[in-house]
Design a protein around this ligand. Structure first.
Ligand SMILES: [Fe+2]
Length: 373
């Protein structure tokens, strides 16, 4: 077929002619649509023509959907892959998601849903590439002087009004960069706008009440800004979903911590920053993800971010509910203290909030939009 320039390329991979052709008909008005009937043909096609999005049927004769997905990931790690799930493919769908999936389309198709999923995946692909570019540019500029890699020299410190003590300038530079990256991720989404900045702000109020060095505090701030950067690779509808999440929804949500680490890998961040990002969804009682760590097995920065992330999400507007009041959010933190959250850190955070409330309204002080994920 003749591909139109500046139009996203979508590849449909399905052994059944019915769904393959109906998808083609649905999508052809807005995309360059290619279609193949098996995994090997899909791999060949992606090697020849750069694709933006692939819809992949998991149940195909010959090379399986999962093996096809693995190969496609090797060719283009930023490819947006949407799996087609039919009856009996739940187990393979969950397995496939481990290799990176943006969304899924259940069979039989719902046309408006498909159009919306493909459209979102194209937008997210652009954002994903933009974030990679920002990371690449920073990496190039700071190459050879990456200040946060263990064992590398920390440059001389400079005064910082908020910290009241000196923090290493390397961390300051990185903090600025982390802020840019978080804003790049959040700028187009009214429900996440300002979230990372507020999580960073609250986290530092807890961190400065602990016996941590300026470097450790800076690392927690950087992790707070970047904790959800991996969400760029998955559809927003899961994070914002109302009601019960299916096992597939959960598998997709859980990808974002791994995706964050993959995205940030070129930056040579210190292992402690990466650990805070990787483990911010662990729970104090060991029932969280990705590794089911418990208590102080979870890095302290990750335990701090978990509390601030939850508090900010609860007190922010969501697509499916109005924000909780500060009192309600504080009761929730107490309710899950010792289960989801570190009880000592909850108690410190509640003290912090009390002090802040005595002086000003918490959110007003931040001058951030009053909506967030
Ligand atoms: Fe997260």
């Amino acid at each position: 077929m003749e591909a139109k320039p500046n139009v996203p390329n979508v590849l449909i991979v399905d052994d059944e002619i019915g769904p393959r052709e109906s998808l083609r008909m649905i999508l052809k008005a807005n995309y360059n649509v290619f279609a193949v009937e098996n995994g090997n043909a899909a791999i060949q096609m992606v090697q020849q023509i750069p694709m933006d999005v692939v819809t992949l049927d998991l149940k195909m004769p010959g090379l399986s959907g999962i093996d096809t997905l693995k190969e496609l990931r090797l060719i283009d790690p930023d490819l947006m892959i949407i799996i087609i799930t039919g009856y009996g493919t739940l187990k393979s769908a969950i397995e496939a998601i481990r290799y990176g999936v943006f969304d899924y389309i259940p069979k039989p198709f719902n046309v408006p849903e498909i159009i919306s999923i493909i459209d979102r995946s194209v937008q997210r692909r652009k954002l994903n590439l933009k974030i990679k570019e920002v990371i690449g540019n920073f990496f190039e500029v700071s190459l050879g002087a990456s200040p946060l890699k263990d064992g590398m020299p920390i440059q001389d410190g400079t005064a910082h009004p908020k910290w009241g003590r000196e923090i290493p300038s390397g961390e300051q530079n990185f903090l600025k960069f982390a802020k840019v990256l978080a804003h790049t991720l959040e700028e187009k989404d009214p429900y996440t706008s300002g979230h990372s900045e507020r999580v960073c702000y609250y986290s530092d109020f807890i961190a400065k009440r602990l016996p941590l060095s300026p470097k450790e505090r800076a690392e927690i701030q950087i992790a707070a800004y970047l904790h959800d950067v991996g969400k760029v690779g998955i559809s927003n509808r899961f994070m914002n979903k109302k009601g019960t999440l299916t096992p597939i929804d959960w598998a997709i949500i859980k990808q974002h911590t791994k995706k964050s680490i993959e995205l940030l890998l070129p930056l040579n961040l210190s292992p402690s920053i990466l650990a805070c990002i990787q483990y911010h969804h662990e729970r104090f009682d060991g029932t969280g993800y990705p590794d089911g760590l418990a208590g102080d097995q979870i890095p302290v920065g990750a335990r701090i971010i978990a509390i601030c992330d939850a508090y900010d999400s609860m007190t922010s507007d969501q697509p499916y509910r109005k924000p909780l009041s500060h009192e309600e959010a504080k009761s929730e933190l107490l309710k899950f203290s010792g289960k989801q959250f570190d009880p000592n850190l909850v108690s410190i955070f509640l003290d912090v909030l009390k002090e802040m409330e005595e002086v000003f309204l918490v959110r007003d002080h931040l001058k951030a939009p009053s909506i967030s994920y």
